[in-house]
Design a protein around this ligand. Structure first.
Ligand code: URA
Length: 278
């Protein structure tokens, strides 16, 4: 292959990897000539066959996936590695701690948010602030507890604020791209049946920029590494827009998730957040 084709080939392979392709056939000898091979979080085999050119331009996490052990052990090993991350030096400097994720490593249901806020940065656990309290209520409505599911964010560090001011900022594309391999590795280990993506930023972090809004994406299914993903509104959005119709939309997403798992759904649950009959 001509040298000038190596780079586009590597980019194409990375694109395939991002779309969930696990294997690619390469002519003998080509692999060695491609730019820096990087890790796919899902298997050591793909690591050998799928180079990541973006790692040259923009640093990306390359988590090691422990091939053996229980899900708990493998997740613990990944956690230990993630806690050491220095890929985004500004975040490594500003964070109190890395917020890896919490819940049951055997969970069938996983919730993914965008990034830790101040409360999460302090406690080291995702969704422990006001939005987290609402998420816990949503789980209660599903007759689930936080211990039965797994909760993580696309970005594992709190986005730093200018002059350490309070408040939150949206994670940048570069930050989310750098961190996403950790989340994909979590997904590969936990192997949930369904993922719920909370909010437009989480969707963008998982799938890249979208041509449409979260209002249009919710109610549909997407897919990450073969796992069905249900986008819905972020709990913070619900906190700022307290209306019944919006709550019902989120609840309909959660009902679809319950059907897919499947979880039992009572008549009472089916009717949650419907307008009162006149
Ligand atoms: N919002 C998120 O997206 N994640 C958290 O952990 C908390 C708030």
């Amino acid at each position: 292959m001509h040298a000038e084709l190596l780079e586009p080939t590597a980019r194409y392979l990375e694109l395939l990897r991002r779309h969930g392709q696990r294997d690619a056939w390469l002519p003998a000898g080509l692999m060695r000539r491609l730019p820096t091979a990087s890790a796919s979080p899902t298997s050591p085999q793909t690591r050998e066959t799928q180079p990541d050119l973006t790692s040259k331009a923009r640093p990306m996490a390359t988590p090691t996936l422990t091939p053996s052990g229980t899900k708990t052990e493998r997740l613990a090993a990944l956690r230990a590695e993630t806690l050491q991350c220095q890929i985004c030096p500004h975040l490594a400097k500003s964070r109190t701690q890395v917020v890896f994720g919490v819940g049951d490593p055997e969970a069938r249901l996983m919730f993914v948010g965008e990034a830790p806020g101040a409360d999460e940065d302090e406690k080291g656990e995702p969704f422990v602030g006001l939005a987290g309290k609402l998420l816990t209520k949503m789980l209660t409505a599903m007759e689930l507890t936080r211990e039965q599911i797994y909760i993580a964010n696309v970005l594992k560090c709190r986005p730093d604020m200018p002059g350490s001011t309070s408040g939150n900022r949206k994670p940048t594309r570069t930050e989310m791209d750098a961190c996403l391999p950790y989340l994909r590795a979590q997904v590969a280990i936990i192997a949930p049946v369904v993922i719920v993506a909370l909010g437009a930023t989480a969707v963008e972090g998982l799938f890249g920029p979208q041509k449409t809004t979260i209002s249009r994406l919710r109610g549909t299914w997407m897919e990450l590494d073969g796992v069905p993903v249900r986008p819905t509104f972020h709990p913070s959005y619900l906190l700022h827009n307290q209306n019944l119709a919006l709550k019902r939309l989120v609840w309909e997403d959660l009902l679809s998730v319950m059907e897919r798992l499947p979880l039992p759904i009572s008549e009472k649950q089916r009717g949650f957040f419907l307008p009162p009959e006149k």
